[in-house]
Write a protein that binds this ligand. Structure first.
Ligand code: 2AL
Length: 174
């Protein structure tokens, strides 16, 4: 994927390709298409971050609420998006022991009860033991802190998903 190709996309093509760089939030992608042409991948990424940062707290909470739990019901029911499945798999969350999965579920429930949005972390930059430790310590934070941290993690996930798209080798027809 190169930038010239991106800058010549209509909004349908753009949303098709980039619609899930923020989990289940294609609205963001549809909105920032209007900023085309992008001078670089970093410029595209900055447009996404600007849009997210411009949202009121309710909008940011909404973004977090679109994220599946780690090792949660979507993983168990096979309904994770391909990107989330890849990320959760890389963090070792698809092969948890029953004990670890239950511990994570209890912590996730405690977190959601306290903050009324899910615990979000960039799973690819973590592993299952770090995630459990992070979840335990972030549970002690207040809501504003966690909203900020959660959105920062969403941006890390977005960054890695953009990298995957731009670095994806399109097999050339031999
Ligand atoms: N609740 C979450 O943090 N979910 C996720 N983090 C990722 O990196 N991928 C997810 O699905």
């Amino acid at each position: 994927m190169d930038l010239n190709a991106v800058n010549s996309m209509n909004y349908e093509e753009f949303v098709d390709i980039f619609g899930n760089v923020v989990e289940k939030c294609p609205l963001i992608t549809g909105a920032i298409w209007s900023k085309c042409p992008f001078s670089s991948v970093a410029d595209l990424e900055a447009s996404i971050y600007e849009f997210i940062d411009s949202l009121p707290s309710s909008g940011k909470e909404g973004i977090l609420r679109c994220h599946p739990d780690l090792a949660g019901r979507e993983l168990m029911s096979g309904t994770l998006t391909p990107e989330s499945l890849n990320e959760q798999n890389q963090a070792g969350l698809t092969s948890l022991s029953q004990t670890d999965r239950e511990a994570l579920n209890v912590l996730n429930s405690q977190y959601k009860t306290k903050f009324v949005f899910p615990f979000v972390i960039c799973a690819k930059m973590s592993d299952k033991s770090q995630i459990i430790e992070e979840l335990k310590s972030r549970l002690q934070n207040n809501r504003d802190e966690e909203l900020g941290i959660g959105i920062a993690e969403v941006k890390k996930i977005c960054h890695l998903r953009l990298q995957d798209i731009f670095l994806k080798v399109i097999p050339t027809k031999l």
